[in-house]
Design a protein around this ligand. Structure first.
Ligand code: OGA
Ligand code: MN
Length: 212
């Protein structure tokens, strides 16, 4: 297996940490190596073709339900050891986790992530990633897996910044956007073609005395 672990003081990771500290979000146009982006896109397509992606739900626990008027993507959660490119992605994200802990003292202990495929016309209405009754999600990280994306394809991630401005991210293959999960409202605009991504959250341990 080609190792994907990079040092947690790699300049790229330090830039992300600095951006988060300064303004709560970061965008890196070139994050994943092109070959890995291609392999992950293939893996996502394969899983979709095999019917492994399921309509994403909104909410948590018993209140969870599929509501296409809020969110129309299809997802599959990643598990370690299923596919080599996914393991390499998870290793990279672990390097980022260490960089975030070192630079921002966030105490991030784990990372959860899923493939997401938005079919044409699907969207995700404005939301924040932290649940009302569970504040473990600290940092959101989205990596896009789309070749040759053009602005007219739509599918932008629209972020609502603190100063009232909006900022649109194009879902270009290999690029990364990271933001603080608790205070960055955002939405996914509908696209004219399939829109593929890997979305993940760095989490800290809960405030409960024991995790059962
Ligand atoms: C999410 C989300 C953003 C994107 O899955 O919570 O907001 O650009 N994704 O895919
Ligand atoms: Mn989100």
């Amino acid at each position: 297996m080609r190792a994907m672990r990079i040092s947690s003081d790699h300049p790229l990771l330090l830039r992300i940490v600095d951006d988060l500290a300064d303004r709560g979000w970061s965008q890196q146009d070139i994050f994943l190596p092109e070959s890995l982006t291609g392999e992950l896109a293939l893996e996502c397509r394969k899983r979709a073709a095999e019917g492994e992606l399921a309509p994403a739900a909104v909410g948590r626990g018993p209140a969870q339900e599929v509501r296409e008027g809020i969110r129309g993507d299809h997802i599959q959660w990643l598990e370690p050891g299923q596919a080599e490119p996914c393991d390499r992605y998870m290793e990279l994200m672990d390097s980022l986790r260490q960089a975030l802990n070192r630079g921002l003292f966030l105490g991030l202990e784990d990372f959860e992530s899923h493939f997401a495929l938005y079919p044409p016309g699907a969207f995700y209405r404005k939301h924040v990633d932290r649940f009302r009754d569970d504040d473990k999600r600290m940092v959101s990280a989205v990596i896009y897996l789309n070749d040759d994306w053009l602005p007219e394809h739509g599918g932008q991630l629209r972020m609502f910044l603190k100063d009232g401005a909006q900022y649109d991210v194009q879902p270009n293959g290999g690029s990364l956007v990271v933001f603080l999960s608790g205070d960055m409202p955002h939405e996914v605009l509908p696209a004219t073609r399939d829109r593929l991504s890997l979305t993940g959250w760095f989490r800290r341990r809960g405030s409960e005395p024991f995790e059962l």
